[in-house]
Design a protein around this ligand. Structure first.
Ligand code: CAA
Length: 238
């Protein structure tokens, strides 16, 4: 049977493109979503990719969700942790709720999900852990101290897990997209976004498919010697 991939936040934006790319390459794919049931239903109908709703910021929901996937689809071979949110505000204006919401969703989730899939991967001596970070986790961004902190932390997390799992056939890597044409980026105020685009050497936003292609490289059986790495896909921005 083909490898099973779980893509969090996999029914919209970059996650949907990743789920589609892996599906096209012959993997079995399950995509998670949280609130947008309508988009998830449309995605499932159009692609035939399985979807499951759970909130990645909630530890119990993650454990139940992973158990359900194991029961219904089998052991997860590839975890693509893509789900993430922004709550942009300069630090002076940022509320405690905005800080915690972003850290819970983008970072704590990574601990819950990775722990939950690891035993199955160890049993089979194969696993691909792929975390979707951001150029802003590498370079920082005005208005994103919460988001940048969460995305930078994924890199330290992945590097550590890569060391722990290095002899077990399990790789842990990070992909750091730049500004990609998604709803999240389109929500940036137009005046600010045009300034940001002017700093991208390639001269445009990336596409979700360009990120998905790179994720599929890290997921590949043949990428077993790539671990603890961070792959920047940002049009030369940083
Ligand atoms: N580059 C250049 N100029 C910037 C800037 C930036 N990144 N961010 C803000 N500015 C400028 C604004 O254009 C504005 O300039 P003027 O005074 O000349 O008009 C000035 O700084 C003040 O900005 P705001 O009026 O917007 O200030 P604010 O307090 O209302 O909002 C903010 C501040 C929340 C940071 C807002 O500017 C903003 O949302 N910035 C975008 C943050 C961002 O890049 N988010 C990325 C979301 S997508 C994502 O996160 C995906 C990913 O991984 C890349």
């Amino acid at each position: 049977m083909s490898r099973l991939a779980l893509v969090t936040g996999g029914t919209r934006g970059i996650g949907a493109a990743i789920a589609q790319e892996l599906h096209n390459k012959g993997y079995r794919v399950v995509a998670t979503y949280t609130k947008n049931k309508e988009a998830a239903l449309k995605f499932r109908t159009e692609t035939g990719i399985a979807t499951i709703p759970f909130d990645v910021s909630d530890e119990e929901a993650c454990l139940n969700g992973i158990k359900q996937i194991h029961d219904e689809h089998g052991i997860i071979d590839i975890l693509v942790h893509n789900a993430g949110i922004t709550a942009d505000a300069t630090l002076q204006k940022m509320t405690s709720e905005e800080w915690h919401r972003v850290i819970h969703t983008n970072l704590n989730s990574c601990f819950y999900l990775t722990k939950a899939v690891l035993d199955g991967m160890i049993q089979r001596n194969f696993g691909r852990l792929i975390y979707v970070s951001s150029v802003n986790g590498l370079k920082g961004q005005r208005g994103q101290s919460n988001y940048a902190a969460s995305k930078a932390a994924l890199i330290g997390f992945a590097k550590s897990v890569a060391l722990e799992m290095a002899t077990k056939g399990i790789t842990a890597n990070v992909i750091a997209p730049g500004y990609v044409d998604t709803e999240m980026v389109r929500a940036v105020p137009e005046a600010v976004l045009s300034k940001i685009i002017s700093t991208i050497p390639v001269g445009r936003l990336g596409t979700a498919e360009e990120i998905a292609y790179c994720v599929s490289f890290l997921a590949d059986e043949r990428a077993g010697f790539v671990t603890g790495a961070t792959l920047s896909v940002n049009g030369g921005m940083y």
